[in-house]
Design a protein around this ligand. Structure first.
Ligand code: GLU
Length: 313
């Protein structure tokens, strides 16, 4: 049996904060617990939002925390020819189609009474070849993947059995934008497939991406990885961690003298792996790691995480 393969997949759009560290911490432990291989993948497909300086900082911050990897870093931008080949294959096989809906069209469609998630109603799905040729002469299209119209079922290692309808995932979805930029969904699915990733560990905010990525696997006749969607880490008021929590970036914590063992101790306590919040190392958590200890609902940081971490010397 080959060892299972996991990935850490940061996007270099900013410094890593405690919320990113939380998901990577859990991925690392799940991988090491199973003697798996960890691939580090820098998700820089969105060139407009990604910076090399952030990619460099992420490597440093992961290493500071003790989150090692076995392969990589691999980047996405050198893989554009591969994504292009996959797109061409999907279009030729009839699984993806060109779409000329403008941002304004999509907004109008989204404001239609569809409930919470705007669902793309497949407006460009059935255009004739002549109509496509006529439109292509006017402006370049985006490309959308056809989301199968049956519900997607899978067993999540954290959340248990999941069932998501195509409408809950937004219907047919873009895999390449009109400006040529490949979408996260396509790049991630093709990277997971080519990287032989067997377990995808990521935040529960990406749950509705999973049926879309599974559709890509399905069209490419590839076996599906397993999924573990970990609860989001929120601040004490229930807000998602974001750029405004810059004091909780790993970099900022390091600069004010917080020790990596204090961060690990906090994350381990929040994950239900330790009875109290005291410093510890990654290695000592591997043997007893279990998804079952992890809550299924979002996890809240204590009110003053920075003070708490600074006191733990
Ligand atoms: N790059 C994504 C992020 O940083 C994660 C994507 C994934 O794990 O599928 O949120």
């Amino acid at each position: 049996m080959h060892p299972p393969r996991f990935r850490l997949a940061p996007s270099p759009t900013g410094y890593l904060h405690l919320g990113n560290a939380w998901a990577f911490f859990l991925c690392w432990l799940a991988a090491r617990h199973k003697q798996g291989t960890i691939v580090l993948r820098i998700e820089d497909v969105d060139t407009a939002r990604c910076r090399q300086a952030y990619a460099d900082a992420i490597l440093e911050d992961l290493a500071w925390l003790g989150l090692t990897w076995d392969e990589g870093p691999v980047a996405q931008h050198p893989r554009i020819p591969r994504y292009t080949a996959v797109l061409e294959h999907l279009v030729a096989a009839g699984h993806a189609y060109p779409c000329w809906c403008s941002r304004k069209d999509l907004q109008e469609l989204a404001s239609a009474p569809h409930g919470e998630t705007p669902v793309y109603p497949g407006r460009c799905r059935s255009l004739s070849e002549d109509e496509r040729t006529r439109r292509a002469a006017l402006r370049p299209p985006a490309f959308r993947l056809i989301l199968p119209d049956t519900a997607c079922h899978f067993d999540d290692a954290v959340l248990g059995p999941i069932q998501l309808t195509p409408a809950a995932c937004g219907g047919d979805f873009p895999i390449r934008r009109a400006d040529g930029l490949f979408a996260y969904q396509l790049a991630v699915a093709v990277d997971d497939l080519d990287g032989g990733i067997t377990t995808v560990v990521r935040g529960a905010d990406l749950l509705s991406s999973t049926p879309r990525q599974q559709a890509i696997f399905h069209y490419l006749n590839a076996p599906l990885p397993r999924y573990a969607h970990v609860p989001l880490l929120l601040d004490a008021t229930g807000q998602r961690l974001a750029k405004r929590h810059s004091a909780l970036s790993l970099r900022a914590l390091r600069h004010v003298g917080v020790r990596p063992q204090a961060v690990i101790g906090l994350l381990a306590w929040l994950a239900g792996l330790r009875p109290s919040c005291t410093p510890c190392g990654m290695e000592e958590l591997i043997a007893d790691f279990a998804w079952a200890a992890l809550p299924c609902h979002p996890v809240h940081l204590p009110p003053d995480p920075l003070g708490m971490l600074q006191r733990q010397r």
